[in-house]
Design a protein. Structure first.
Length: 245
C-alpha cells in the first residue's frame, strides 16, 4: 500500500520498486527507519517477474533485502540505484541501467522503458519512469514530477493510459532535501501535462517509523476517496486486488 507495484502488460510482468519485507533505512536507523503500516504481499505472492524495475536509489524503492529473495529474469535500475545494488547484491548477472527517454529505450517484448530526469542538480533527485507499447504509455512518478519542454517533446503524441504518482505533500528542512513528495497540487499539474486516462496514487502510506526524519517531516495526506469522487480518472485502491485498465 505504498509504492510497490506489479504490472502485467502484453505477456510481460514488471515489478516496480519492490519493498516487501522488513524495514527501510536511510543511512542510519537513528536518522530514518520505517515499516509498512499494512502488511505487504509476500515474496511468494509476488511470484515470478520478467523485470524488476528500481526507479530511485533510496531504500523504500531500492530494497536489496527484498530483491535478493525475488524470482525474476532481468533487473533494471536508474544509474544511482544500479550502483547501490551492485554493491549490496553482488549479482551474478549484470544490472541494466535505464536510459533517459531523450537518448534511448530498453526493449522487452513489445514494451519499451526509459526514465525522465528532473531539472534538479542536487540530491535528492527523483526520477520518473515511462513504460510504453507503441504510443500507449504509463508514467510512474512516485514523488511527483514536472516535465520540461524537452521532455514534453519526447512524450508528445503518447496516449498515457495511466499515471501513478503521489498525492501526499511531504517536506523536510531544505538541508535535508526540502520538498520530497509534491502532493495533490503536483499530481494535478502533472496530469494536466500528460492528460492520462486514469490516475492512481502511490507512495502515500502513513508508515510507522522512528528517527530524526519522523520528528521533523511535515506531511499532508490527501483524502483519496474524495479526490476520486471529484475526478473520475482517479482510481481509489484500498486492497491488493488486481485491476484491469
Amino acid at each position: 500500500m505504498d509504492n510497490s507495484w506489479q504490472i502485467k502488460w502484453d505477456g510481460t510482468t514488471i515489478l516496480l520498486d519492490p519493498w516487501l519485507i522488513g524495514s527501510e533505512i536511510d543511512g542510519f536507523s537513528w536518522f530514518n527507519e520505517q515499516w509498512h503500516a499494512t502488511l505487504p504481499v509476500s515474496i511468494a505472492g509476488a511470484g515470478q517477474s520478467d523485470i524488476v524495475l528500481v526507479s530511485q536509489p533510496y531504500s523504500d524503492h531500492c530494497h536489496s533485502g527484498t530483491i535478493r529473495q525475488l524470482s525474476y529474469t532481468r533487473l533494471i535500475a536508474v544509474r544511482p540505484a544500479k550502483k547501490r545494488l551492485e554493491k549490496e547484491l553482488k549479482p551474478a548477472k549484470p544490472i541494466t541501467e535505464i536510459p533517459d527517454a531523450k537518448d534511448s529505450w530498453l526493449t522487452y517484448g513489445s514494451l519499451q522503458i526509459a526514465k525522465l530526469t528532473p531539472d534538479r542538480w542536487i540530491d535528492p533527485i527523483y526520477h520518473a519512469i515511462i513504460i510504453r507499447q507503441g504510443k500507449d504509455a504509463i508514467l510512474y512518478a512516485p514523488h511527483g514530477f514536472v516535465l520540461n519542454e524537452d521532455q514534453m517533446s519526447v512524450v508528445r503524441g503518447f496516449r498515457f493510459r495511466l499515471l501513478i504518482t503521489t498525492f501526499t505533500h511531504f517536506t523536510l528542512p531544505a538541508i535535508l532535501g526540502g520538498l520530497i513528495n509534491m502532493g495533490m497540487d503536483g499530481a494535478k499539474k502533472l496530469a494536466a501535462q500528460i492528460q492520462p486516462a486514469h490516475i492512481i496514487n502511490t507512495h502515500d502510506e502513513q508508515k510507522k517509523g522512528k528517527g530524526l526524519v519522523m520528528k521533523i517531516a511535515r506531511a499532508t495526506y490527501a483524502d483519496v476517496a474524495a479526490e476520486s469522487r471529484a475526478d473520475s480518472r482517479i482510481i481509489h485502491l484500498d486492497s491488493y486486488d488486481w485491476i484491469r485498465i
